[in-house]
Design a protein around this ligand. Sequence first.
Ligand code: HEC
Length: 479
Amino acid sequence: MSEHKPRKSIEKKMPKAFGWMAEYQDENNLLAAARKVRDSGYTKTDAFTPFPVHGIDEALGIKPTILPFIVLCAGFTGLATALLMQWWTNGFDYKYIISGKPFGITPASIPIAFELTVLFSAFTAFLGMIALNSLPKFSNPVFTNPRFDRATNDRFFLFVEATDKYYNRESVKELLGGTHPDSLDEVLEDTTPSTLPQPIILALLLLVVAGLIPGMIILNMRAGFSTAPRFHVFFDMDFQPKKKAQQQTTIFVDGRTMRPQVAGTIARGQLEEQDPFYLGYDPSKLTMSNDSPSVLFVSLQTPADGKPPIAVPPATKDEKTGGQPPATPVVPVLPWIVKLPIEANEDNMKVGKLKFETYCSACHGYGGYGDGLVHKRADALAQGYWLPPTSLHIDRVSKQPVGQIFNTITKGQGKMASYASSLTPKERWSIVLYVRALQRSRNANIDDVPVESRFLLDEDPKPVDPKPESTNSVEVTSK
Ligand code: HEC
């Protein structure tokens, strides 16, 4: 610290005056003085008190802040931004169906609209408060008066600023002098040096330089021309031989990185195509007809003589139906397996019951009559397009081989969706087992009930039997 910079102006200037500061012993004096100053027309005034003083705003003539209004505007801006942004992104620029919702609708946009409203308002309230108070301010001339320190302790101060349009040094002094202050001082410019001390500047410089080092190392690592092995912070993360989902690639002609599945590909260990357990039919017994190579269709009049149904290719447009859908539903007829591939034991039955009641009862009802809650609700709403779930006790279903019911669960049937993604094949077979049990329970006779359990039947008011004439053609495991 040997060399000193020559002071800019040698001549001693009078420090600038910022106004008058009066000191009071209690808030009543302060309030009285504030009113007097306000009534004299001064507006650039301020009071400093150790605790909040009620009525000081009014005594000083301070108008309510416009901050709430600014925050309100910011809130609406946030709201509009969010709604427009979501409408633009999802409803216009990049239409993308999410959970089947329509594009650019308000209800789905509400969470983000709410968030942005709050975010914009909060930032505006915080930054607006700082800006309206002209903060940050590292030094205020009022601090030049040593008495002012007591403003946080036990004294009350009233300040009249020199920037007021009515300000006149002498008349303000006289006015404040008339309010019986403890002390009355002119607030003068802070003449202490405003530059940072040199050690602090040095330390900051050092910090900035040190902060550049990691960036420079990385830059050197990426853009340097040296042939020496480079320094890598995270080698494997910096250089990965991969493309991200929506990037372009030069490997394929269409430039797409995301590849559609190659048709016919089967993941390792998932070659389930040929196994009746996963299909419900035996593919080795498939007969190929010339007309329809893989799947045969039949209108569902199962021959009464118990022979397998005759495969009839579906009527094409120009044939006798004239393009109308056939009266009876058309389902594929395949070499269905008739023997359950899982054991008909208690465990499987339990799984089947649980899964049936979870996945199927909503439509088909707990008893399988097609009277589940979803059906009742749709029926009550009288929706014209509601197709009642098929009763599992009608002849057509109860005579179906187990493989076909498995197929219905796996692939879906008509209006009923597939449950393959929710249920494992084993669970599907367990459901088939349970459905078989349900069906049989509706066609049972007294000999099916163990003697020791028969007394339970007396308590049952009405044994439900929708089709008493149908014979007991259903077996849990047949043949
Ligand atoms: C969302 C309602 C709904 C659920 C849940 C549902 N189904 Fe269905 N199911 C239907 C409807 C509707 C039909 C009639 C479909 C048609 O003929 O277009 C049907 C038909 C059937 C049929 C008869 C198929 C045929 O050959 O005509 C069976 C068997 C069946 N469902 C079993 C099940 C099983 C087992 C489950 C549980 C895994 C299940 N369903 C879950 C609505 C449902």
